[in-house]
Design a protein around this ligand. Sequence first.
Ligand SMILES: NC(=O)C1=CN([C@@H]2O[C@H](COP(=O)(O)OP(=O)(O)OC[C@H]3O[C@@H](n4cnc5c(N)ncnc54)[C@H](OP(=O)(O)O)[C@@H]3O)[C@@H](O)[C@H]2O)C=CC1
Ligand SMILES: O=C1CO[C@H](CO)[C@@H](O)[C@@H]1O
Length: 318
Amino acid sequence: MANVPKVKLNNGLEMPGFGLGTYLSTSNEIAEAVKYAIDRGYRHFDTAYFYQNERDVGGAIKEKISEGIVKREDIFLTTKLWCIHHEPSRVEYACRKSLENLGLDYIDLYLMHFPVGFSYVDENTLVPFKEGTYNVITNDVDYLDTWKAMEALVKKGLVRSIGLSNFNAEQTERVLKNCEIKPVTNQVECNIELNQKKLIEFSKQRDVVITSFCPLARPNPKERKPSFLYENPTKAIAEKHNKTPAQVALRYVLQLGTVPIPKSITKSRIDENIEIFDFELSPEEMKVLDSLETGNRIAAFSKIVDNDHPYFPFKAEF
Ligand SMILES: NC(=O)C1=CN([C@@H]2O[C@H](COP(=O)(O)OP(=O)(O)OC[C@H]3O[C@@H](n4cnc5c(N)ncnc54)[C@H](OP(=O)(O)O)[C@@H]3O)[C@@H](O)[C@H]2O)C=CC1
Ligand SMILES: O=C1CO[C@H](CO)[C@@H](O)[C@@H]1O
């Protein structure tokens, strides 16, 4: 079984340096995947209110706890505050709703999913579109006010750590300069094609860990994309190490100093993805992989959220 090192967070707690993503899978398939992953040594799981699978993920964890395979304190569970709950008065409600869905007493890490708030219509309208369009109705809640309400969750013991997701450097700095409790991580898209080197360096200097989502760039096997999973130079590097291109891609973001959270519901891939702690890419190989950066971003916010919103994060260089 892979020996996953722990990463020290700026609040003194630890987070396993590798985890399982859960986006786009619900119900039985994700519950089975989480249970299998626990059996195979995964201890860190990433979900979100937005994914509508907190019940499945939490239920699977609880099952493994009641079987005596793990204890609650062995598991590191992340979930996220969704954009319709940015109003400070909604934050505790949203967190308690996530806890209820998960069936757990506390959340290890609670992230603000995105810096822009969306208008609240009702619980089931996760993405409120302007009629007849695919443009989201945003609001102007300041993410600093949302952050203050998240700090209160730590004080109440509902969550152990809080963090950011999809924040750019300037936004991260604004939170750091105005917070009582520092964000422990910023979870951002990071893979061979969007290697986030500048944001990683910036965050490292401020003791904020970068967690890498879409570390495999959400593969599309029919179109053989991303090319780094199917072609050289990744393929040749993988062969040299007796690994797969996916393992090289995950090892790459790990060696950049980030925490990868690849998602899979496939047993063989759950096994494959965690086996990245027994080899090392050389500085030359890292350089070759650096050169595959295209800047392509997959997580779709830029298509639905007004890019001119003052808190839209992706107009900045990093
Ligand atoms: N904070 C945020 O805004 C965001 C957070 N996330 C989080 O990050 C996680 C990971 O990102 P995600 O978008 O899922 O993208 P990933 O890059 O992790 O890709 C997931 C896809 O890759 C497939 N896959 C997994 N392992 C392999 C492998 N070894 N070889 C080939 N294909 C493989 C999976 O298929 P299968 O499951 O069928 O095996 C799935 O279709 C999410 O699940 C979510 O938890 C993601 C996006 C945004
Ligand atoms: O977490 C997420 C999963 O990816 C989606 C985009 O494809 C994002 O919208 C969302 O934040």
